[in-house]
Design a binder for this molecule. Structure first.
Ligand code: RRO
Length: 308
């Protein structure tokens, strides 16, 4: 079975990789991904300076989901710049995720990381967990201004990590902006921002930052993820490939993302919970399903969803 994917001219040995944020902060964690069957190494979103992140508990699972408010813990972009040559030894694409607290920070980080030649850059416009810093992706004017500036300093393929949108008008609007700005791929969705999970035994929230509000992930978010993959795939028609993220625990979930129009997928909560062996398991499960459908490659499944 051919499980490869091609995104922005880069070939991925399989279409299954980690999502930014999941076990990908330290050199050791990134090496584990490199040695695993993951089809790429995706870094944690990197900021100008190293960050410890928010106070704990800041990531908790509950039945069929997770809530996090990590607060961008990462080693600072320079450490990742220095690490990229080593990570290239694993012979799979490297996606460097970047996040800034101002346009100038985004530009400084993008300039430096671009020079280190990761295979692709993923611009995170959708972190929900920093107090005083709203998710940029919900401010369409700010998105266009920021992406235009970053595009000017980046020569590598460059995509954006988007949050879920909940109205077709918003999908229309953001898709047009991404096309105008020369974006090479999108990853959808980031966690569903600012959910609240309550423990009825303790009458308390389950994570500490932001009064218990945090980004939702895991199986419960799959329908929202699929809707966003589908909405963007229909609008972008392959001109900008879509990486599907959200709610993937099984090969069946990946198959659904492919049908909706994802060319590749990223695994967040399930990778955190299961560890690196998840990539081999998902590969096997996906292979079985795609073969049963009579297809020779996962690429053949992309966008085949039918409507009633
Ligand atoms: O670090 C985080 O709190 C975080 C980030 Br940057 C993000 O993009 N998405 C998320 O769920 N958590």
């Amino acid at each position: 079975m051919n499980l490869t994917a091609e995104i922005a001219g880069v070939t991925f040995p399989t279409c299954i990789m980690n999502a930014s944020g999941a076990r990908c902060v330290t050199a050791e964690e990134l090496e584990v991904i490199g040695k695993s069957r993951a089809g790429a190494i995706v870094t944690k979103s990197m900021t100008l300076n190293a960050r410890d992140g928010n106070p704990t508990p800041r990531y908790v699972t509950f039945p069929r989901g997770s809530i996090n408010s990590m607060g961008l813990p990462n080693l600072g972009y320079q450490t990742y710049v220095d690490l990229i040559p080593h990570l290239k030894e694993f012979k799979k694409p490297i996606i460097a995720s970047i996040a800034g607290f101002s346009p100038d920070e985004f530009i400084d980080i993008a300039t430096a990381i671009d020079a280190a030649k990761p295979d692709l850059l993923e611009i995170n416009l959708s972190c929900p967990n920093i107090e005083g810093h709203p998710q940029i992706a919900y401010d369409f004017k700010a998105v266009e201004q920021l992406i235009t500036k970053i595009r000017n300093v980046v020569s590598r393929p460059m995509g954006t990590k988007l949050p879920p949108y909940f109205d077709p008008v918003h999908h229309d609007h953001i898709a047009k902006i991404l096309e105008r700005c020369g974006i090479d791929f999108i990853s959808v969705i980031n966690s569903i921002g600012n959910g609240l999970v309550i423990n009825p035994e303790t009458d308390a929230v389950i994570i500490k930052p932001k009064g218990g509000f945090g980004g939702l992930g895991g199986a419960i978010i799959k329908p929202v993820a699929l809707a966003n993959v589908r909405a963007f795939a229909l609008r972008l028609q392959g001109r900008i490939p879509v990486i599907g993220v959200g709610g993937i625990e099984t090969g069946q979930d990946i198959y659904e993302h492919l049908l909706a129009g994802a060319s590749a997928v990223q695994i967040g909560t399930a990778f955190v919970e299961e560890g690196p062996q998840i990539f081999g398991r998902l590969e096997q499960e996906l292979t079985t399903i795609v073969a049963r459908k009579g297809l020779r490659s996962t690429a053949e499944a992309v966008g085949r969803l039918t409507e009633l």
